[in-house]
Design a protein around this ligand. Sequence first.
Ligand SMILES: [Zn+2]
Length: 297
Amino acid sequence: MPSFAQLLEERPVLIADGATGTNYQDMGIAPGVAPEEWVLDEPGNVTALHRSFVEAGSDLVLTCTFGASSLRLADGPLAGRAAELNRSAAELARAAVGEDVLVAGSIGPTGHLSDPLGPLTRRLAVSTFAEQAEALATGGVDLLVLETFFSLDEGLWAVEGIRGASDLPLVVSYSFDQGTRTMMGLRPAEVVAAFAPLGIAAVGANCGKSLADTDVIVDELLAVAGDLPLWVKPNAGVPRIVGDTVVYDADPATHAAHLAAYAANGARIVGGCCGSTPAHIAALASALSRSPVNRPG
Ligand SMILES: [Zn+2]
């Protein structure tokens, strides 16, 4: 089984997967049910989406654990089951994709603002993220990904907690959804400056808002990232309400064209976030002249 570092060395660009939540909506997840609940209740659907992305060309898939920290689960039906859930999600992803595709353990923010704006203290954050990282590692993930972060404190505390629990490669990805800044006002260069010295495996941007904004964000990240690999997983454009459904405005070809340009400019890992389907990843593989049956290596 290749490591994240080996694949980065062997291939000019790695293809990640697309969205989890919006694809589960397309697959019929009931309103109000968190995606993480499907790990235990509908594992066949979780497996099916992982496999769809691999068939489309993904070199790595993310576990369905974005909201699976114990703090985020605390008020829902999975309260107290974070360790079991993260381990199960990792095992499920591995069983779905086999040994030649990387499994990345997804870790999202806790959903609480950090002290003094909210109840999240350093101590609580460190222990929460350590617990999630340890369970994902036990379940067999190849790397860990902090994704859709927005606050500097919470991201730094997450890295501290994870480092205390695991030596796995760690990707740090922020959501710059206010133009080119995060909800807390962080700029791309500030994220790189804060995390590059911490020995992370890649830095990047995911989710966000429009692809035009992501174009600017990627330029800003590339300008300062140096040798640190860049991870880019944007939404499929901006969501619009059409009738009673949410539609993302970037079709697969448009999304893929932006991502192929990021790769051409130096991004090393590209994929999609909200609204990006297996068809978006297939278009990306094709734009990169890659297909699952014609992979380098
Ligand atoms: Zn997203």
